[in-house]
Write a protein that binds this ligand. Structure first.
Ligand SMILES: [Zn+2]
Ligand SMILES: [Zn+2]
Length: 482
Protein backbone atom coordinates (compact mmCIF):
# COMPACT_ATOMS: atom_id res chain seq x y z
CA UNK A 1 0.00 0.00 0.00
CA UNK A 2 2.84 2.32 0.97
CA UNK A 3 4.67 1.46 -2.21
CA UNK A 4 1.59 2.16 -4.25
CA UNK A 5 1.18 5.57 -2.69
CA UNK A 6 4.82 6.41 -3.27
CA UNK A 7 4.56 5.42 -6.92
CA UNK A 8 1.45 7.54 -7.26
CA UNK A 9 3.30 10.55 -5.96
CA UNK A 10 6.16 9.83 -8.30
CA UNK A 11 3.76 9.63 -11.17
CA UNK A 12 2.24 12.93 -10.13
CA UNK A 13 5.68 14.52 -10.06
CA UNK A 14 6.38 13.17 -13.53
CA UNK A 15 3.11 14.70 -14.68
CA UNK A 16 4.32 18.06 -13.52
CA UNK A 17 7.77 17.71 -15.06
CA UNK A 18 6.25 16.64 -18.32
CA UNK A 19 4.03 19.66 -18.47
CA UNK A 20 6.49 22.45 -17.78
CA UNK A 21 6.06 24.59 -20.85
CA UNK A 22 9.78 24.73 -21.63
CA UNK A 23 9.81 20.99 -22.17
CA UNK A 24 6.71 20.98 -24.23
CA UNK A 25 8.54 21.26 -27.51
CA UNK A 26 11.14 18.65 -26.75
CA UNK A 27 9.82 15.62 -28.54
CA UNK A 28 12.35 13.13 -27.31
CA UNK A 29 11.87 13.98 -23.66
CA UNK A 30 8.14 13.91 -24.09
CA UNK A 31 8.32 10.53 -25.76
CA UNK A 32 10.27 9.10 -22.86
CA UNK A 33 8.03 10.78 -20.35
CA UNK A 34 5.03 9.66 -22.32
CA UNK A 35 5.28 6.08 -21.16
CA UNK A 36 5.58 7.25 -17.57
CA UNK A 37 2.68 9.57 -18.02
CA UNK A 38 0.33 6.64 -17.84
CA UNK A 39 0.67 7.24 -14.14
CA UNK A 40 -0.90 10.68 -14.59
CA UNK A 41 -4.02 8.96 -15.67
CA UNK A 42 -4.36 7.44 -12.26
CA UNK A 43 -2.60 10.04 -10.16
CA UNK A 44 -4.41 12.97 -11.78
CA UNK A 45 -7.52 14.60 -10.35
CA UNK A 46 -9.34 11.96 -8.37
CA UNK A 47 -12.76 12.81 -9.64
CA UNK A 48 -13.22 13.62 -13.28
CA UNK A 49 -16.23 15.85 -12.94
CA UNK A 50 -17.96 16.46 -16.17
CA UNK A 51 -20.80 18.84 -15.81
CA UNK A 52 -23.31 16.02 -15.54
CA UNK A 53 -25.85 17.84 -13.39
CA UNK A 54 -25.40 20.94 -15.55
CA UNK A 55 -26.27 18.86 -18.63
CA UNK A 56 -29.25 17.39 -16.83
CA UNK A 57 -30.46 20.82 -15.72
CA UNK A 58 -29.97 22.46 -19.11
CA UNK A 59 -32.17 19.79 -20.68
CA UNK A 60 -34.62 20.00 -17.78
CA UNK A 61 -34.83 23.80 -17.98
CA UNK A 62 -35.39 23.58 -21.75
CA UNK A 63 -38.41 21.32 -21.18
CA UNK A 64 -39.75 23.57 -18.43
CA UNK A 65 -39.31 26.57 -20.71
CA UNK A 66 -41.16 24.87 -23.56
CA UNK A 67 -43.96 23.92 -21.18
CA UNK A 68 -44.36 27.39 -19.69
CA UNK A 69 -43.84 29.57 -22.76
CA UNK A 70 -45.23 29.38 -26.27
CA UNK A 71 -42.89 27.21 -28.36
CA UNK A 72 -42.10 28.52 -31.84
CA UNK A 73 -43.49 25.48 -33.63
CA UNK A 74 -46.89 23.94 -32.99
CA UNK A 75 -45.22 20.53 -33.36
CA UNK A 76 -43.12 21.30 -30.28
CA UNK A 77 -46.27 22.25 -28.39
CA UNK A 78 -47.68 18.87 -29.35
CA UNK A 79 -44.57 17.09 -28.04
CA UNK A 80 -44.27 18.99 -24.78
CA UNK A 81 -47.29 21.05 -23.75
CA UNK A 82 -50.01 18.74 -25.04
CA UNK A 83 -48.35 15.60 -23.65
CA UNK A 84 -50.15 13.72 -20.89
CA UNK A 85 -48.38 13.89 -17.50
CA UNK A 86 -47.18 10.30 -17.99
CA UNK A 87 -45.89 11.04 -21.48
CA UNK A 88 -44.14 14.17 -20.30
CA UNK A 89 -42.42 12.32 -17.45
CA UNK A 90 -41.24 9.65 -19.87
CA UNK A 91 -40.08 12.23 -22.41
CA UNK A 92 -38.17 14.00 -19.67
CA UNK A 93 -36.61 10.76 -18.45
CA UNK A 94 -35.35 9.88 -21.94
CA UNK A 95 -33.94 13.30 -22.77
CA UNK A 96 -32.34 13.97 -19.40
CA UNK A 97 -30.77 10.56 -19.09
CA UNK A 98 -29.46 10.49 -22.62
CA UNK A 99 -27.98 13.99 -22.44
CA UNK A 100 -26.04 12.94 -19.34
CA UNK A 101 -24.99 9.60 -20.79
CA UNK A 102 -23.35 11.21 -23.81
CA UNK A 103 -20.21 11.68 -21.68
CA UNK A 104 -20.31 8.07 -20.56
CA UNK A 105 -20.73 6.18 -23.81
CA UNK A 106 -18.08 3.48 -24.24
CA UNK A 107 -18.08 3.66 -28.02
CA UNK A 108 -14.56 4.84 -28.75
CA UNK A 109 -11.64 2.45 -28.35
CA UNK A 110 -8.00 3.15 -27.87
CA UNK A 111 -5.14 0.74 -27.38
CA UNK A 112 -1.77 0.68 -25.78
CA UNK A 113 0.80 -2.05 -26.27
CA UNK A 114 1.00 -2.58 -22.52
CA UNK A 115 -2.69 -2.63 -21.79
CA UNK A 116 -4.59 -3.68 -24.88
CA UNK A 117 -7.84 -2.14 -26.16
CA UNK A 118 -9.93 -0.09 -23.73
CA UNK A 119 -12.58 2.62 -23.67
CA UNK A 120 -10.87 5.06 -21.34
CA UNK A 121 -8.92 5.54 -18.17
CA UNK A 122 -9.68 5.01 -14.53
CA UNK A 123 -8.47 7.18 -11.71
CA UNK A 124 -9.53 5.64 -8.45
CA UNK A 125 -13.09 6.81 -8.05
CA UNK A 126 -14.01 7.83 -11.57
CA UNK A 127 -13.55 6.86 -15.16
CA UNK A 128 -12.96 9.05 -18.13
CA UNK A 129 -14.19 7.72 -21.45
CA UNK A 130 -12.51 8.64 -24.73
CA UNK A 131 -15.86 9.37 -26.34
CA UNK A 132 -15.84 12.89 -24.96
CA UNK A 133 -13.15 13.80 -27.53
CA UNK A 134 -16.04 14.19 -29.98
CA UNK A 135 -17.41 17.07 -27.90
CA UNK A 136 -15.34 19.91 -29.35
CA UNK A 137 -15.51 22.34 -32.24
CA UNK A 138 -12.16 24.03 -32.31
CA UNK A 139 -12.73 27.56 -33.53
CA UNK A 140 -9.53 29.19 -34.67
CA UNK A 141 -9.55 32.78 -35.81
CA UNK A 142 -7.33 35.12 -37.74
CA UNK A 143 -6.51 38.40 -35.98
CA UNK A 144 -9.28 40.06 -37.98
CA UNK A 145 -11.81 37.63 -36.51
CA UNK A 146 -12.33 35.48 -39.60
CA UNK A 147 -12.40 31.74 -38.94
CA UNK A 148 -9.40 29.65 -40.01
CA UNK A 149 -10.66 26.56 -41.84
CA UNK A 150 -10.00 23.23 -40.16
CA UNK A 151 -6.92 21.25 -41.05
CA UNK A 152 -8.80 17.99 -41.50
CA UNK A 153 -12.43 18.85 -41.41
CA UNK A 154 -13.86 21.21 -43.94
CA UNK A 155 -15.17 23.86 -41.61
CA UNK A 156 -13.48 23.42 -38.26
CA UNK A 157 -11.21 20.97 -36.58
CA UNK A 158 -12.34 18.60 -33.95
CA UNK A 159 -10.34 17.73 -30.87
CA UNK A 160 -6.65 16.97 -31.26
CA UNK A 161 -4.25 16.16 -28.43
CA UNK A 162 -1.29 17.24 -30.52
CA UNK A 163 -2.84 20.63 -31.19
CA UNK A 164 -3.99 21.13 -27.62
CA UNK A 165 -2.06 22.71 -24.76
CA UNK A 166 -0.86 19.15 -23.89
CA UNK A 167 -0.89 19.78 -20.19
CA UNK A 168 -4.06 17.89 -19.26
CA UNK A 169 -3.66 14.82 -17.11
CA UNK A 170 -6.35 12.57 -18.47
CA UNK A 171 -5.84 13.01 -22.16
CA UNK A 172 -2.07 12.58 -21.87
CA UNK A 173 -2.82 8.92 -22.39
CA UNK A 174 -3.12 9.84 -26.04
CA UNK A 175 0.56 10.75 -26.15
CA UNK A 176 1.80 7.37 -24.95
CA UNK A 177 4.17 6.25 -27.71
CA UNK A 178 2.27 3.07 -28.49
CA UNK A 179 -1.24 4.46 -28.10
CA UNK A 180 -3.46 3.98 -31.10
CA UNK A 181 -7.05 4.78 -31.89
CA UNK A 182 -8.89 1.57 -32.74
CA UNK A 183 -11.25 2.63 -35.50
CA UNK A 184 -11.88 -1.04 -36.25
CA UNK A 185 -13.32 -1.48 -32.74
CA UNK A 186 -14.99 1.91 -32.45
CA UNK A 187 -18.54 1.89 -33.68
CA UNK A 188 -18.37 5.66 -33.86
CA UNK A 189 -15.41 5.50 -36.26
CA UNK A 190 -16.96 2.97 -38.57
CA UNK A 191 -15.69 -0.17 -36.86
CA UNK A 192 -17.34 -3.16 -35.26
CA UNK A 193 -17.62 -2.96 -31.52
CA UNK A 194 -16.85 -6.33 -29.91
CA UNK A 195 -19.97 -8.42 -29.58
CA UNK A 196 -19.94 -8.62 -25.79
CA UNK A 197 -20.05 -4.83 -25.46
CA UNK A 198 -23.60 -3.62 -25.61
CA UNK A 199 -23.98 0.05 -26.32
CA UNK A 200 -26.84 2.36 -25.63
CA UNK A 201 -28.19 3.55 -28.98
CA UNK A 202 -25.75 1.17 -30.67
CA UNK A 203 -27.34 1.62 -34.03
CA UNK A 204 -26.61 5.30 -34.45
CA UNK A 205 -25.08 5.36 -37.91
CA UNK A 206 -21.33 5.22 -37.57
CA UNK A 207 -19.92 8.72 -37.32
CA UNK A 208 -17.89 7.89 -40.39
CA UNK A 209 -20.92 8.44 -42.59
CA UNK A 210 -21.06 11.95 -44.01
CA UNK A 211 -17.67 12.87 -42.61
CA UNK A 212 -16.27 15.84 -44.38
CA UNK A 213 -13.05 14.00 -45.05
CA UNK A 214 -12.01 11.72 -47.87
CA UNK A 215 -12.43 8.02 -47.21
CA UNK A 216 -8.72 7.29 -47.60
CA UNK A 217 -7.75 10.10 -45.22
CA UNK A 218 -10.30 8.78 -42.76
CA UNK A 219 -8.91 5.27 -42.92
CA UNK A 220 -5.39 6.57 -42.54
CA UNK A 221 -6.40 8.53 -39.47
CA UNK A 222 -8.37 5.89 -37.63
CA UNK A 223 -7.98 2.46 -39.21
CA UNK A 224 -4.43 2.08 -40.46
CA UNK A 225 -1.48 0.81 -38.48
CA UNK A 226 -0.17 4.38 -38.25
CA UNK A 227 -3.26 5.65 -36.45
CA UNK A 228 -1.26 7.01 -33.57
CA UNK A 229 -3.48 8.58 -30.96
CA UNK A 230 -1.33 11.67 -30.77
CA UNK A 231 -1.95 12.40 -34.47
CA UNK A 232 -5.67 11.79 -34.40
CA UNK A 233 -8.02 14.67 -35.04
CA UNK A 234 -11.52 13.71 -34.06
CA UNK A 235 -14.68 14.81 -35.84
CA UNK A 236 -15.97 18.16 -34.62
CA UNK A 237 -19.06 17.98 -32.42
CA UNK A 238 -21.48 19.06 -35.13
CA UNK A 239 -20.82 15.79 -37.00
CA UNK A 240 -22.03 13.35 -34.31
CA UNK A 241 -24.70 15.91 -33.30
CA UNK A 242 -26.19 15.90 -36.78
CA UNK A 243 -25.85 12.13 -37.24
CA UNK A 244 -27.66 11.48 -33.97
CA UNK A 245 -30.32 14.01 -34.91
CA UNK A 246 -30.87 12.39 -38.31
CA UNK A 247 -31.00 8.99 -36.63
CA UNK A 248 -33.93 10.19 -34.52
CA UNK A 249 -35.60 11.68 -37.59
CA UNK A 250 -35.41 8.39 -39.50
CA UNK A 251 -36.73 6.24 -36.67
CA UNK A 252 -40.34 4.99 -36.76
CA UNK A 253 -42.79 6.25 -34.18
CA UNK A 254 -42.83 4.14 -31.03
CA UNK A 255 -46.09 2.28 -30.62
CA UNK A 256 -45.65 1.61 -26.91
CA UNK A 257 -43.59 2.76 -23.99
CA UNK A 258 -40.76 0.36 -23.18
CA UNK A 259 -38.00 0.42 -20.64
CA UNK A 260 -34.88 -1.73 -20.69
CA UNK A 261 -31.87 -1.79 -18.40
CA UNK A 262 -28.67 -3.78 -18.45
CA UNK A 263 -25.24 -3.85 -16.86
CA UNK A 264 -22.24 -3.86 -19.11
CA UNK A 265 -18.53 -3.87 -18.29
CA UNK A 266 -16.44 -0.99 -19.59
CA UNK A 267 -12.76 -1.73 -20.22
CA UNK A 268 -10.55 1.02 -18.85
CA UNK A 269 -6.82 1.48 -18.45
CA UNK A 270 -5.78 1.78 -14.88
CA UNK A 271 -2.87 1.80 -12.54
CA UNK A 272 -1.29 -1.63 -12.69
CA UNK A 273 -3.15 -2.81 -15.75
CA UNK A 274 -6.44 -2.87 -17.49
CA UNK A 275 -9.64 -3.44 -15.61
CA UNK A 276 -13.32 -3.35 -16.20
CA UNK A 277 -15.81 -1.19 -14.44
CA UNK A 278 -19.46 -2.23 -14.40
CA UNK A 279 -21.98 0.30 -15.59
CA UNK A 280 -25.74 0.25 -15.84
CA UNK A 281 -27.36 1.44 -19.06
CA UNK A 282 -30.98 2.27 -19.74
CA UNK A 283 -32.86 2.56 -23.00
CA UNK A 284 -36.44 3.77 -23.27
CA UNK A 285 -39.01 4.26 -25.96
CA UNK A 286 -42.00 6.52 -25.41
CA UNK A 287 -45.28 5.85 -27.17
CA UNK A 288 -46.05 8.50 -29.78
CA UNK A 289 -42.48 9.82 -30.04
CA UNK A 290 -39.62 8.75 -32.33
CA UNK A 291 -38.43 5.31 -31.20
CA UNK A 292 -34.81 6.50 -31.19
CA UNK A 293 -35.59 9.65 -29.21
CA UNK A 294 -32.75 8.76 -26.83
CA UNK A 295 -30.24 9.65 -29.52
CA UNK A 296 -31.51 13.24 -29.33
CA UNK A 297 -29.84 13.41 -25.92
CA UNK A 298 -26.48 13.14 -27.69
CA UNK A 299 -27.39 16.14 -29.86
CA UNK A 300 -28.59 18.05 -26.80
CA UNK A 301 -25.40 17.27 -24.92
CA UNK A 302 -23.13 18.36 -27.76
CA UNK A 303 -25.08 21.59 -28.23
CA UNK A 304 -24.78 22.23 -24.47
CA UNK A 305 -21.03 21.53 -24.50
CA UNK A 306 -20.63 24.19 -27.18
CA UNK A 307 -21.82 26.76 -24.64
CA UNK A 308 -18.62 26.00 -22.67
CA UNK A 309 -15.60 27.98 -23.89
CA UNK A 310 -13.03 25.19 -23.58
CA UNK A 311 -14.98 23.09 -26.03
CA UNK A 312 -14.24 25.74 -28.64
CA UNK A 313 -10.48 25.84 -28.03
CA UNK A 314 -9.86 22.09 -27.77
CA UNK A 315 -8.20 21.72 -24.40
CA UNK A 316 -8.75 20.07 -21.06
CA UNK A 317 -6.58 22.75 -19.47
CA UNK A 318 -6.88 26.41 -18.56
CA UNK A 319 -9.57 25.69 -15.97
CA UNK A 320 -11.72 23.49 -18.23
CA UNK A 321 -12.52 20.97 -15.51
CA UNK A 322 -12.64 23.67 -12.83
CA UNK A 323 -15.08 25.83 -14.78
CA UNK A 324 -17.40 22.88 -15.32
CA UNK A 325 -17.19 22.01 -11.66
CA UNK A 326 -17.88 25.62 -10.70
CA UNK A 327 -20.97 25.62 -12.88
CA UNK A 328 -22.06 22.35 -11.30
CA UNK A 329 -21.90 23.98 -7.86
CA UNK A 330 -23.70 27.14 -8.99
CA UNK A 331 -26.45 25.11 -10.65
CA UNK A 332 -27.22 23.49 -7.30
CA UNK A 333 -26.44 26.64 -5.30
CA UNK A 334 -23.93 24.74 -3.18
CA UNK A 335 -20.39 25.27 -1.92
CA UNK A 336 -19.38 21.67 -2.52
CA UNK A 337 -19.43 19.77 -5.79
CA UNK A 338 -22.72 17.87 -5.81
CA UNK A 339 -22.52 14.09 -5.68
CA UNK A 340 -22.15 12.69 -9.19
CA UNK A 341 -21.60 9.05 -8.30
CA UNK A 342 -25.12 7.90 -9.30
CA UNK A 343 -24.43 9.17 -12.82
CA UNK A 344 -21.18 7.24 -13.08
CA UNK A 345 -22.93 4.09 -11.89
CA UNK A 346 -25.90 4.72 -14.16
CA UNK A 347 -28.23 4.52 -11.17
CA UNK A 348 -30.36 7.66 -11.22
CA UNK A 349 -33.96 8.06 -12.19
CA UNK A 350 -35.29 11.58 -11.61
CA UNK A 351 -33.88 15.11 -12.04
CA UNK A 352 -31.56 16.13 -9.23
CA UNK A 353 -33.51 18.17 -6.67
CA UNK A 354 -32.92 21.86 -5.94
CA UNK A 355 -30.57 22.40 -8.87
CA UNK A 356 -32.44 25.08 -10.79
CA UNK A 357 -30.37 27.99 -9.53
CA UNK A 358 -29.03 29.29 -12.84
CA UNK A 359 -32.03 28.99 -15.14
CA UNK A 360 -33.28 32.45 -16.10
CA UNK A 361 -36.35 32.29 -18.37
CA UNK A 362 -36.17 35.94 -19.40
CA UNK A 363 -32.54 35.62 -20.43
CA UNK A 364 -33.30 32.42 -22.37
CA UNK A 365 -36.20 34.12 -24.15
CA UNK A 366 -33.96 37.05 -25.07
CA UNK A 367 -31.23 34.75 -26.39
CA UNK A 368 -33.69 32.83 -28.55
CA UNK A 369 -34.73 36.12 -30.17
CA UNK A 370 -31.29 37.76 -30.37
CA UNK A 371 -28.97 35.13 -31.76
CA UNK A 372 -29.42 34.44 -35.43
CA UNK A 373 -28.37 30.81 -35.02
CA UNK A 374 -31.25 30.17 -32.61
CA UNK A 375 -33.89 31.83 -34.80
CA UNK A 376 -36.27 29.17 -35.99
CA UNK A 377 -37.64 31.32 -38.81
CA UNK A 378 -34.19 31.08 -40.41
CA UNK A 379 -33.37 28.15 -42.72
CA UNK A 380 -30.00 27.20 -41.21
CA UNK A 381 -29.12 23.55 -40.77
CA UNK A 382 -28.17 22.09 -37.43
CA UNK A 383 -24.40 22.01 -38.12
CA UNK A 384 -24.32 25.64 -39.18
CA UNK A 385 -26.23 26.61 -36.04
CA UNK A 386 -23.86 24.69 -33.77
CA UNK A 387 -20.78 26.16 -35.39
CA UNK A 388 -22.18 29.66 -34.97
CA UNK A 389 -22.99 28.89 -31.34
CA UNK A 390 -19.38 27.76 -30.81
CA UNK A 391 -18.11 31.03 -32.33
CA UNK A 392 -20.25 33.03 -29.90
CA UNK A 393 -19.04 30.96 -26.95
CA UNK A 394 -15.46 31.45 -28.16
CA UNK A 395 -15.75 35.16 -27.35
CA UNK A 396 -15.11 34.11 -23.75
CA UNK A 397 -11.41 33.19 -23.68
CA UNK A 398 -9.23 31.20 -21.32
CA UNK A 399 -5.48 30.93 -21.28
CA UNK A 400 -2.47 32.18 -19.41
CA UNK A 401 -1.29 35.70 -18.81
CA UNK A 402 1.90 37.55 -18.00
CA UNK A 403 1.51 38.59 -14.36
CA UNK A 404 3.63 41.69 -14.97
CA UNK A 405 1.24 42.91 -17.61
CA UNK A 406 -2.09 41.49 -16.54
CA UNK A 407 -4.01 43.33 -19.21
CA UNK A 408 -1.82 42.08 -22.02
CA UNK A 409 -2.80 39.34 -24.43
CA UNK A 410 -3.90 36.21 -22.63
CA UNK A 411 -1.85 34.08 -25.01
CA UNK A 412 1.46 34.91 -23.40
CA UNK A 413 2.35 31.58 -21.83
CA UNK A 414 3.30 31.84 -18.19
CA UNK A 415 2.04 29.85 -15.31
CA UNK A 416 -0.85 32.11 -14.51
CA UNK A 417 -4.38 31.39 -15.55
CA UNK A 418 -6.44 34.10 -17.09
CA UNK A 419 -9.78 34.69 -18.63
CA UNK A 420 -11.07 37.37 -20.93
CA UNK A 421 -14.79 37.98 -20.89
CA UNK A 422 -16.59 38.79 -24.13
CA UNK A 423 -16.60 42.47 -23.11
CA UNK A 424 -12.77 42.42 -23.11
CA UNK A 425 -12.26 42.49 -19.34
CA UNK A 426 -9.32 40.29 -18.26
CA UNK A 427 -9.01 38.51 -14.91
CA UNK A 428 -6.00 36.47 -13.89
CA UNK A 429 -4.69 34.55 -10.90
CA UNK A 430 -2.65 31.66 -9.61
CA UNK A 431 -5.57 29.31 -9.54
CA UNK A 432 -8.82 28.89 -11.36
CA UNK A 433 -10.76 29.75 -8.25
CA UNK A 434 -9.12 33.20 -8.27
CA UNK A 435 -10.95 33.82 -11.54
CA UNK A 436 -14.28 32.47 -10.37
CA UNK A 437 -14.51 34.70 -7.33
CA UNK A 438 -15.12 37.72 -9.55
CA UNK A 439 -18.74 38.72 -9.85
CA UNK A 440 -18.46 39.34 -13.60
CA UNK A 441 -17.07 35.82 -14.14
CA UNK A 442 -19.89 34.31 -12.06
CA UNK A 443 -22.33 36.28 -14.18
CA UNK A 444 -20.69 34.89 -17.33
CA UNK A 445 -21.10 31.33 -15.99
CA UNK A 446 -24.80 32.05 -15.52
CA UNK A 447 -24.99 33.42 -19.07
CA UNK A 448 -23.32 30.30 -20.53
CA UNK A 449 -25.71 28.03 -18.63
CA UNK A 450 -28.68 29.82 -20.16
CA UNK A 451 -27.01 29.71 -23.57
CA UNK A 452 -26.95 25.93 -23.11
CA UNK A 453 -30.64 25.96 -22.22
CA UNK A 454 -31.49 28.05 -25.30
CA UNK A 455 -29.42 25.66 -27.47
CA UNK A 456 -31.36 22.72 -26.02
CA UNK A 457 -34.68 24.42 -26.81
CA UNK A 458 -33.51 24.99 -30.38
CA UNK A 459 -32.62 21.29 -30.77
CA UNK A 460 -35.96 20.08 -29.36
CA UNK A 461 -37.93 22.53 -31.54
CA UNK A 462 -36.06 21.47 -34.70
CA UNK A 463 -36.55 17.81 -33.83
CA UNK A 464 -40.30 18.13 -33.24
CA UNK A 465 -40.81 20.23 -36.38
CA UNK A 466 -38.74 17.96 -38.60
CA UNK A 467 -40.09 14.70 -37.28
CA UNK A 468 -43.75 15.66 -37.41
CA UNK A 469 -43.41 16.99 -40.95
CA UNK A 470 -41.42 14.10 -42.32
CA UNK A 471 -43.35 11.47 -40.30
CA UNK A 472 -40.63 8.93 -39.95
CA UNK A 473 -39.37 8.58 -43.54
CA UNK A 474 -37.59 11.79 -42.84
CA UNK A 475 -36.01 14.47 -44.76
CA UNK A 476 -32.68 14.71 -43.02
CA UNK A 477 -31.81 18.20 -41.86
CA UNK A 478 -28.95 19.28 -44.08
CA UNK A 479 -26.23 21.70 -43.24
CA UNK A 480 -26.31 25.03 -44.95
CA UNK A 481 -23.32 27.21 -45.38
CA UNK A 482 -24.46 30.48 -43.90
ZN1 LIG B 1 -19.39 16.41 -23.09
ZN1 LIG C 1 -15.92 19.86 -20.92
Amino acid sequence: MQGLLASKNLARAICCVGTVSGLRNSHLILRILGILKLGCLIAGPSAQAYQLISHEQMAHSALIHLKNYQPYFQETAKWVRDATPDQFRALRAVLLRSSIEADLRPDLWGENILLGPANGGHSGSASVLFTSVFHFIVIRENPDGTVIPGEFWKHHDGYSWRHSSQTGAFDSLLSLPTSRIRGDLSHSLGGTTPAHVRLPFADIPAYKKNFRLSDSAFRRMFHSSSNRAIDAVFPPADVPAELAFNHVMRSPRATRTTYEQWWSPIAVMSYGGKKTTPRRFTEMEVEGYPSKLGALGLTLHLAQDLAMPHHTIGTLDFCHHELEEEMEKRVCGSQKTPDQSPFFKGTYEVPTKNCQHLYDPDLVARMLKTYDFFRLDQPYGLSARLRALARTTHQWRFGTVNPDAPNASIDQALDFVATQLPNGQVYSGNRCRDLFKHRAVQEQIRTQFNLGVAASIMVIELAARNYENGTGKQRALRSTNH
